[in-house]
Design a protein around this ligand. Structure first.
Ligand code: G6P
Ligand code: MG
Length: 220
C-alpha cells in the first residue's frame, strides 16, 4: 500500500521552473547559444552544472570554457535566479498544492522532498511550506543527479519506507525516469507527451487529489 509521497519542488510545488528557465536563458544569450522550448524542457530537474554543460553542448561550445569560467557562469545564473526567488511569496505556490499537502497530512501520509536544487530550503521558506517538508534529500550529498534513481530512492529511505510504498511527483522527464528507476509509482505533471513514461499523467497541479490518484491507480 502507498504510505508516502516524494515531491519534486520546482515546477510541481511552485512555479520556479519558469525562473530557472529565465535565468538560464540570460546565460545562453551571453554565450551565444540559441534558446528554445525543447532546451528549456531538457534542463528541467537537471543539476546546476549539468544544466550549464547541456547548454554549452547544444551550442557546440563545450570546449570553449575553463572550469573557472564555467563556475563563474553557473554562479551568475544563480545570482539571476536568486533575484527572482527573493521576490517570491506564498502566491507562487501552484494551484491546488496547498490543499493537496493538507489532504495528505490529514490522511497520515509521510512526505519528503527530492529536489536537485541547492536553493530548495530558501524557496520553501519563501512559500511558507517548510513545515510540510522537514524531511528532504540534501542534493549536495548525491553521487548522481536526475535521471539517476538515487535522489528518489533516498526520498523514500528518509521516510523509512520502501520505494513500492511511495509515489513520486515530478514535472520533468528526467525526474519521472528517476522515480521509475527507484521503483516508485510516478505521477507526471505537465505535457503527457513529454512525460509519457509516467504511471499517472496530470496536465496540471489542480488535478492532484487523493481521489484522482486512487482512480488512476485502479485503472492502471
Ligand atoms: C531543480 C530544477 C533545475 C535546477 C536544479 C538545480 O531540479 O528543476 O532547473 O537546475 O534544481 O537547482 P539549483 O538551485 O541548485 O541551481
Ligand atoms: Mg521540477
Amino acid at each position: 500500500a502507498i504510505k508516502g509521497f516524494v515531491f519534486d519542488l520546482d515546477g510541481v510545488i511552485t512555479d520556479t521552473s519558469v525562473f530557472h528557465s529565465q535565468a538560464w536563458h540570460q546565460i545562453a544569450d551571453k554565450v551565444g547559444v540559441s534558446w528554445d522550448d525543447q532546451l528549456a524542457d531538457a534542463l528541467k530537474g537537471i543539476s546546476r552544472m549539468d544544466s550549464l554543460n547541456l547548454i554549452l553542448a547544444r551550442g557546440h561550445r563545450e570546449n570553449d570554457f575553463t572550469p573557472d569560467q564555467k563556475a563563474a557562469l553557473a554562479a551568475e545564473k544563480n545570482t539571476n535566479y536568486l533575484a527572482l526567488v527573493n521576490q517570491m511569496t506564498p502566491a507562487n505556490i501552484l494551484p491546488g498544492i496547498t490543499d493537496f499537502l493538507a489532504e495528505l497530512q490529514a490522511h497520515g501520509y509521510a512526505m519528503s522532498l527530492a529536489s536537485a536544487s541547492k536553493n530548495a530550503p530558501l524557496v520553501l521558506s519563501k512559500l511558507g511550506l517548510g513545515h510540510y517538508f522537514t524531511k528532504a534529500v540534501d542534493p549536495a550529498t548525491l553521487t548522481h543527479g536526475k535521471p539517476d534513481p538515487e535522489i528518489f530512492r533516498r526520498g523514500a529511505e528518509i521516510l523509512n519506507l520502501s520505494p513500492a510504498e511511495c509515489i513520486g511527483v515530478e514535472d520533468a522527464a528526467a525526474g519521472v525516469q528517476s522515480i521509475n528507476g527507484a521503483g516508485e509509482t510516478s505521477i507526471g505533471i505537465g505535457d503527457p507527451t513529454v512525460l509519457a513514461a509516467a504511471d499517472i499523467n496530470f496536465t496540471d497541479t489542480t488535478q492532484l487529489t487523493l481521489a484522482n490518484i486512487q482512480s488512476q491507480l485502479v485503472t492502471a
